[in-house]
Design a protein around this ligand. Structure first.
Ligand SMILES: Cc1ncc(COP(=O)(O)O)c(C=O)c1O
Length: 387
């Protein structure tokens, strides 16, 4: 079945009817390649399931359908060879809330929450927002243009103190797109055990591995001994472009840990978004052909971007192995200390500023858009960056 990833879809409605953060934050002449949602319609099966649910017309309090939890069990077994149980799943309205609840449940005020930068900005805010001690290590930078960033296990070890209780881990990694190697994950698992840490493994981008044949391994599945100390966070939101429907899932195999987590969320989170849950089920049940087609499109966009960056002196791209986010080193591009700001003001392209990820001088570019929009944005960037 052919899916349309090429026709631009109006998201900046003159009356704001589509209220998109991505398209409304900046002036109408700016091309937005920043926040992580895609400019594509969700799979037809999702749209059909939502339409049917909307037509029902009654939107009272819902519950998580058993058909959804079973569908996620099947998805996990089929794609990741991880045989999870329905009762391990705690559905909630987002991954970011889950990061915060995890910190509150797994640590005491003043204890250390460790993250590794660069990282998706909310990771850096969790400790402060929950009254915990923020601890941070850096990844090892690319050794040469185009080479991947890597886990620096010694830097991580050095950042650990007796206060450290929790590691917030991103797998695959936003913003570098890294799909961690088995060796890196084994080093991480050993460190977690050695220091008796809890782990939140944010695996939100795990269904979007770009290399042919690449397969995600959930941390808790790869190292079963870690399962009792791990909360795995999944959602259909990135894969199937459903972020606005706020449905995510914390997979918590350990019953005692799950009980504590669920208790902490009571009163702070709504019961569930009936439309989001319907969309999630349809996506996991019927969205696979669409996901495969999407991956082809994203591979093409990644190649387009790589070819273009090669023409920009002083700019390098750590080739993303997953998702639709590209992490560009612009420190030598001649645009000064805030390249994202310069590109916004002088090229009319909105990217995410690396500073928010803990790395000034870098930018993150979202290529989850139509080929024509990507080309238009790159052409604007050419004016400032091409030799
Ligand atoms: C790694 C990661 N975690 C969490 C989120 C946000 O998840 P949610 O919208 O479910 O809170 C994002 C969004 O880009 C992300 O990249």
């Amino acid at each position: 079945m052919a899916f349309d990833f090429a026709t631009p879809i109006e998201r900046r409605h003159p009356e704001g009817g589509y209220a998109s953060q991505k398209w409304h934050r900046y002036d109408a002449n700016v091309l937005p390649l920043w926040v992580a949602d895609m400019d594509f319609r969700s799979p037809p099966a999702v749209i059909e399931a939502l339409s049917a649910r909307v037509a029902h017309g009654v939107y009272g309090y819902g519950e998580v359908p058993a058909t959804l939890t079973e569908t996620l069990c099947q998805w996990s077994a089929y794609h990741y060879d991880w045989h999870i149980e329905p009762e391990w799943q705690q559905w909630l309205p987002g991954v970011v809330p889950a990061l915060h609840f995890a910190a509150m449940v797994l640590t005491e005020p003043g204890e250390g929450v460790l993250t590794i930068a660069p990282i998706y900005p909310p990771f850096l805010a969790v400790a402060e927002r929950t009254g915990r001690l923020a601890q941070q290590a850096m990844l090892a930078e690319s050794s040469a243009p185009g080479e991947p960033w890597q886990l620096d296990i010694e830097a991580l070890e050095d950042a650990i103190t007796p206060q450290t209780r929790l590691l917030l881990w991103c797998h695959p990694h936003n913003p570098t797109g890294r799909v961690w190697s088995e060796d890196e994950l084994a080093q991480l698992a050993a460190l977690v055990e050695r220091h008796d840490l809890w782990v939140v493994s944010d695996e939100l981008h795990c269904d979007l591995l770009l290399d042919q044949g690449a397969r995600h391994r959930p941390l808790a599945a790869m190292f079963p001994e870690l399962a009792k100390r791990t909360i795995t966070l999944w959602a259909p939101s990135k894969t199937f472009n459903l972020a606005g429907l706020t449905s995510a899932c914390a997979v918590i195999p350990d019953a005692a840990l799950r009980k504590r987590f669920v208790a902490a969320t009571k009163g702070f989170l709504p019961d569930g978004n009936v439309l989001g849950l319907v969309a999630a089920e349809a996506a996991y049940k019927e969205g696979e052909p669409w996901r495969q087609a999407l991956l082809e499109v994203l591979r093409g966009h990644r190649a387009t971007l790589e070819a273009r960056v090669a023409l920009w002196p002083g700019v390098s791209l750590s080739a993303p192995e997953s998702t639709y986010l590209a992490w560009l080193d612009m420190r030598e591009a001649g645009l000064g200390a805030s390249p994202a700001q310069v590109l916004l003001e002088r090229a009319g392209v909105a990217l995410s500023d690396g500073e928010a990820f803990g790395c000034p001088g870098f930018v993150r570019l979202n290529f989850g858009t139509t080929a024509s929009q990507l080309e238009a944005a790159l052409a604007r960037m050419d004016v400032l960056l091409k030799a």
